[in-house]
Design a protein around this ligand. Structure first.
Ligand code: DAT
Ligand code: MG
Length: 149
C-alpha cells in the first residue's frame, strides 16, 4: 500500500493546528500508521532537506525546522502521496488554494505549517529517514468497507 511522510512543522504545532490537520487526513479516509512528537536534530533536518542544500533559504529553513517540536507522521492509502500534496496546497501559502491546509492557515513560505513528500520515491526515502520499520503500525481500520467498494 502507498505511504507518505507528513510533518507538522514547528509553526503548526505552536499555532495549535495539530488536531485540525490530523482530522483532515483521517476524515479524508487515509490511515495513520506512524506518529512521533519530537524535536528535530540538525543532522536529521539537513538530511531531510538535502536537495535544498545550495538554496539561499537553506540556513533559515534548518533553523526553523529545528526551532521547536514537530509531529512526524506516516499515512497510508491508495494515491496518498499526490492527494496529501493537494490537501497541503502550494508551497507559498498566499498562492495555495482555499480549502488546502496552507491556503486556509498560512501567509508565509517560511511558515507553511506542514511538509508532505512530493513523490512516491521521495516518500519511501523520507519514511525510512524518520521512522524505524518497527515503529510503523500495520492495521486495518474497521470502517474500510464504508470507504472503499
Ligand atoms: P514543499 O514544502 O512545498 O515541498 P519545497 O520542497 O520546494 O516545498 O521547499 C521546502 C521548504 O523550503 C518549503 O516548504 C519552505 C522552504 N522554501 C521553499 N522555497 C522557499 C523560498 N523561495 N523562500 C523561503 N523558503 C522557501
Ligand atoms: Mg518539498
Amino acid at each position: 500500500m502507498e505511504r507518505t511522510f507528513l510533518a507538522i512543522k514547528p509553526d503548526g504545532v505552536q499555532r495549535g493546528l495539530v488536531g485540525e490537520i490530523i482530522r483532515r487526513f483521517e476524515s479524508k479516509g487515509f490511515t495513520l500508521i506512524g506518529l512521533k512528537f519530537m524535536n528535530v536534530s540538525r543532522e536529521l533536518a539537513e538530511s531531510h532537506y538535502a536537495v535544498h542544500r545550495e538554496r539561499p533559504f537553506f540556513p533559515s529553513l534548518i533553523e526553523f525546522i529545528t526551532s521547536g517540536p514537530v509531529v512526524a507522521m506516516v499515512w497510508e492509502g491508495e494515491g496518498v502521496v499526490a492527494s496529501a500534496r493537494k490537501m497541503i496546497g502550494a508551497t507559498k501559502p498566499l498562492s495555495a488554494e482555499p480549502g488546502t491546509i496552507r491556503g486556509d492557515f498560512g501567509v508565509s513560505v517560511g511558515r507553511n505549517i506542514i511538509h508532505g513528500s512530493d513523490a512516491i520515491e521521495t516518500a519511501q526515502t523520507e519514511v525510512n529517514l524518520w521512522f524505524k520499520d518497527e515503529d510503523l503500525v500495520s492495521w486495518q481500520p474497521s470502517m474500510t468497507s464504508w470507504l472503499q467498494e
